[in-house]
Design a protein around this ligand. Structure first.
Ligand SMILES: NC(=O)c1ccc[n+]([C@@H]2O[C@H](COP(=O)([O-])OP(=O)(O)OC[C@H]3O[C@@H](n4cnc5c(N)ncnc54)[C@H](O)[C@@H]3O)[C@@H](O)[C@H]2O)c1
Length: 317
C-alpha cells in the first residue's frame, strides 16, 4: 500500500473489468478514493447490462482502506457522464483524477462496416471521452488541479479490420493534445496511454486467428505479432504507470502519448510536419499540377514507402 494519491478522488470509466479494473486498484492502492464507472456491457456493446463488475471492484478498492462507489451509467450519454463526475464530487468532495477507459470493439473491414457499427464505437470511445472530460474540466480548471488520462490503442496508427475503433482512438489522441494545451496553464494535465494486455478484448482463438490473418495479408510483421503475444499478460503489470501519471510526481507531464505494456514502456512521437517546400503565393500564385507532382516525387516522398501497395487479385479457387 502506497500513499502517493492519499486525499485524491478519481473517476475511472470502464472500471469494472480488464484494464479499467486494474487502474481502479492501482489508484486505490496509492490511497485514492474511486468512482468505478461501468455499465457491465458485452465486448461489442450489445446485450444485457449487469451492475456486478463495478460492485465487485468497489469491494476490491475498499479493501485498500479507501472509499469507493459504483456508477452504472453509459459514457456515450452526456447526462450519464455528468452523473459520474457528480458522484465523485457528492461522495468525496471534489474530483482530482479522471481516467477514460470504457471501450467496445466491433471489428469489420471498411467495405462491410455498417453505419451503426461505426457510430456506436465512436460514441463510446471518442464521444464518451469528451462527455466525462467536458463535465470534469470546469471543476478542475476552477480548483487549478487535475489529471486526465485517456486510453488509446495502436490501432490509431492505422490499424486494419476495425477502422471505426482506430479512428475513434485517433480522435482521442487529438482530443488529448488539445485538452492538454487548453488546461495546462490551470495545473490540469491530460495524457494518453496505449496498452496491450490480456483482457477479454484480445483473448481467445478469434483474436489469434485475426492476428495470423493480418500477418499473412502483410498488414502486420511477424515481429510485431510476436511482440504482441509476449505482451498479452495481465494489465496489473503496467497500471502503476497510470498511478504515476495521476500523481504529483507527474505534475509537468502533459500532452504525451505513452506505450504501456507488460514488456515495454514507451513514448510515441508527436504529430509534426517533417518536410516542406515553400513558395510565396502572392508572387508565385497557386501551385500548379506539375509543381505538385514534381515536389511530391522529388522532395516530399524521397524516403517514402507505400504501406499497402497494390497486389494482383487472388486467383479464385
Ligand atoms: N486489451 C488490450 O490489449 C487493449 C489494447 C489497446 C487498447 N485497449 C483499450 O483499453 C480499454 C479497456 O479495454 P479492455 O481490454 O480492458 O476491455 P474490457 O472489455 O475488458 O473492459 C472494458 C469495460 O468497459 C465497459 N464499457 C463498455 N462500454 C461502456 C459504456 N458505454 N459505458 C460505461 N462502461 C462501458 C465494459 O462494461 C467493460 O467492463 C478500451 O478502451 C480498449 O479499447 C485495450
Amino acid at each position: 500500500m502506497g500513499d502517493r494519491l492519499v486525499g485524491k478522488n478519481a473517476v475511472v470509466t470502464g472500471g469494472g473489468r480488464g484494464i479499467g479494473r486494474t487502474v481502479c486498484l492501482a489508484l486505490a492502492q496509492e490511497g485514492a478514493n474511486v468512482v468505478v464507472c461501468d455499465l457491465g456491457g458485452s465486448m461489442d456493446g450489445s446485450g444485457n447490462q449487469e451492475a456486478s463488475p463495478a460492485d465487485e471492484v468497489v469491494k476490491e478498492c475498499e479493501a485498500f482502506g479507501v472509499k469507493a462507489v459504483a456508477n452504472y451509467g453509459n459514457v456515450a450519454s452526456f447526462a450519464d457522464a455528468e452523473g459520474m463526475i457528480k458522484a465523485c464530487v457528492d461522495n468525496f468532495g471534489r474530483i482530482d483524477i479522471l481516467v477514460n477507459i470504457a471501450g467496445i470493439d466491433r471489428p469489420k473491414m471498411i467495405w462491410n462496416m455498417s453505419e451503426e457499427e461505426f457510430d456506436q464505437v465512436v460514441a463510446v470511445h471518442l464521444k464518451g471521452t469528451f462527455n466525462t472530460t467536458r463535465h470534469a474540466a470546469p471543476l478542475m480548471r476552477e480548483q487549478r488541479y487535475g489529471r486526465i488520462i485517456n486510453c488509446v490503442s495502436e490501432a490509431y496508427q492505422g490499424g486494419v479490420t476495425h477502422i471505426n475503433y482506430g479512428a475513434a482512438k485517433g480522435g482521442i489522441a487529438s482530443f488529448s493534445y488539445g485538452t492538454a494545451r487548453e488546461l495546462g496553464k490551470y495545473g490540469v494535465t491530460c495524457n494518453v496511454f496505449v496498452p496491450r494486455a490480456s483482457t477479454r478484448m484480445v483473448q481467445g482463438e478469434d483474436v489469434k486467428k485475426m492476428i495470423a490473418k493480418r500477418v499473412e495479408a502483410g498488414f502486420m510483421t511477424q515481429e510485431k505479432a510476436d511482440e504482441m503475444a509476449l505482451d498479452t499478460m495481465p494489465p496489473e503489470y503496467f497500471t502503476s504507470f497510470m498511478a504515476y501519471l495521476a500523481s504529483d510526481e507527474a505534475k509537468d507531464v502533459n500532452g504525451q502519448v505513452f506505450l504501456t505494456t507488460p514488456g515495454a514502456l514507451g513514448l510515441f512521437s508527436q504529430p509534426e510536419i517533417t518536410l516542406q517546400e515553400r513558395h510565396n503565393p502572392n508572387i508565385d500564385g497557386p501551385w500548379t499540377f506539375g509543381q505538385c507532382a514534381q515536389i511530391a516525387k522529388e522532395k516530399l516522398l524521397v524516403n517514402y514507402k507505400n504501406p499497402a501497395p497494390e497486389q494482383p487479385p487472388k486467383e479464385k479457387k
